[in-house]
Every structure is written in C-alpha cells, then in structure tokens.
Design a protein around this ligand. Sequence first.
Ligand SMILES: O=P(O)(O)OC[C@H]1O[C@H](O[C@H]2O[C@H](CO)[C@@H](O)[C@H](O)[C@H]2O)[C@H](O)[C@@H](O)[C@@H]1O
Length: 316
Amino acid sequence: MQNRLTIKDIARLSGVGKSTVSRVLNNEENVRPETRERVLQVIEEHNFSPSKSARAMRGFSDKVIAIVVSRLDSPSENQAVRAMLPLFYQQGYDAIVLESQFSVERVKEHLQVLKQRNIDGVILFGFTGLTAKMLLPWRDKLVMMAREMPGLSSVCYDDAGAVQLLMKTLLDRQINEIGFIGVSPRDTTTGLKRTRAYEECCQQHGLAAHIALGELTWQSGYDLLPQLLKHDIRAVVCASDTIALGAQKYLQQQQISGVLVCSIGNLPLLHFLFPESFSVELGYGAAGDAAARQLLAQLDGSTDLQQTIIRGKLAL
Ligand SMILES: O=P(O)(O)OC[C@H]1O[C@H](O[C@H]2O[C@H](CO)[C@@H](O)[C@H](O)[C@H]2O)[C@H](O)[C@@H](O)[C@@H]1O
C-alpha cells in the first residue's frame, strides 16, 4: 500500500506543493532546508519509491530505455516499437517514448534531458540532418533505426530492393506503364533511394518514368495520383503504404478501374480496405526486434557495434 503513494500524496502529507516534492526528488537547490527535511522524512516514513520511468526522469539510473520516434502516428514505427517493448520488459527495462517530428533541435534537446536523467539506452529513429557529432557521444548506448551512421549501431531497411521487388512483380505481369509516388529526395532513404530505384528500373527496361513527389501522408497519395493518371499508367508504385491508402481512395472515389496500386510497408489496414493492392513487407517488426536485441547486448557488454540491414519480402 505504501509503495502506491504518489508524488501528490507525499506533497499533501508534507504540506507542500507537488513541484516542491519534485524539486526534492531532483535534488534541486531551491528548496528551504527545513522543507526538504520534512519532505524527505515523509518519503522515508512511507517508504515511497517513484515508478521506474518517473525515477529515471528525475535522475536515478533505474533500467530505463528511451525510444525517440519521428512521428507518434507512424504505422511503420509503431510496428517496430511494438516488437521492441517485450524484449526490454523481459530484461527488466521500462521504456519511455519521445517524438522528434524530424527536428534535429528536438533530438538535441531530448538527448540533453536523457543525459541529465542518466537514461540507460536509446533507440533513435534517424532522419536527414542528424550528425555524427551529436550522436557519437552515445555510441555505446544507442541504436539508430532506418539510417546508417559510421561509428553507430543501426538497423536499416533495403529501400532500393523493395522497389525492385515491386517493379519486377509488375513487369512479370506484363504491366509496363508504371508511375511512382514518393517523397522529397531530401529524405535520403524513403525519398531518394526509393525514387532512384524506380528510375533505374525504368531506365533498365526502357520504360517511361512518371514521378510525383509529396509527403509521407495518405493525403499526398490522394492529391498526386491524378497527375500520374494523365499518362495512362496501369500501375502505381507508392513509396509507402500510407501514401498508397490515399491513392487507392482516389481510385475508389473516382470509380477508376484498371490501375493497380502497390507499395512498401505491408500495413494491415491497407490490405483490409483494399485487398487488391499488394506490398513489400519491409520488416518493421523484425527491425524492432533486431534493434532491441542489439541495444540490450551493447548494454550488457556482450557485443560490438553493428550495422544490420533487414531484407524485405513480397506480401501478395
Ligand atoms: O507511413 P509510415 O508507416 O510512417 O511509413 C513511412 C516511412 O516511415 C519511415 O521513414 C521515415 O522515418 C524514418 C525514421 O523512422 C526516416 O529515416 C525516413 O527518412 C522517413 O522517411 C520508414 O523507415 C519507411 O520505411 C516508411 O516507408
């Protein structure tokens, strides 16, 4: 029962505010000595112990791993994180999830706080703009997802291989009029690598390339598809399943048949709503599993840094 006390209870029993209790737990200086003494006495009397993640956020090292996702609403990152969590829990780690929104500044701020809080390890979903300078100090306790950086462990996807698989499948079906919806080449993986792989395939097979680039959203797939339909395409390769959802929605709404949509991700929602589409399963779960195992092994000193690439497979 005593362990279930919250900071709010401690504040009430000590006759102070919650923020004062926090300052005492954080060992901050701006608390009067007699107040600090009273709060500590109540904490001791009640054998109070903050939850693991709360302790970690207050500076106690207590087996906590931080997972910095790029977007909390990303289906692909969710799949990877869901595969990681059971492995961390099995080893007695708690996890806290932070979001970067592809902002380098936000990652810097997160890492600063995580350092102050003495966090045990970090999984960081990488993106364009992150630098070795800011990440190398973390090398022993960090695994980067979806990006490689010399001197860091990483788990990446086979972006070009996924596009090649989709193109080969279409060509095997004698479909040669193929468009592509992707994202900006500033995004060097989902953007540049996937678009380049499409262009190279077109060049190799003497096909006309029709490319529309936008965002990583279903709205983008919906808005961009009409541009490609002007070229009488019979199929469209989308850089992600989320983009494909938008493209499919456009075809459905306009009652257009005869255009096949395929994409990268293997999102269950896409196949539930549009069973006629097909994807490459890029291996988000497998990547999450590999990253968690790598980080745990780094933390217990049983492995060196490693760069892993997960191969995709066709999910028809
Ligand atoms: O729609 P989603 O399920 O979110 O998938 C879109 C792509 O998300 C991931 O790529 C993006 O985030 C990466 C970090 O996780 C970042 O490195 C990359 O530049 C972004 O494009 C995922 O890696 C891709 O496979 C998904 O297609």
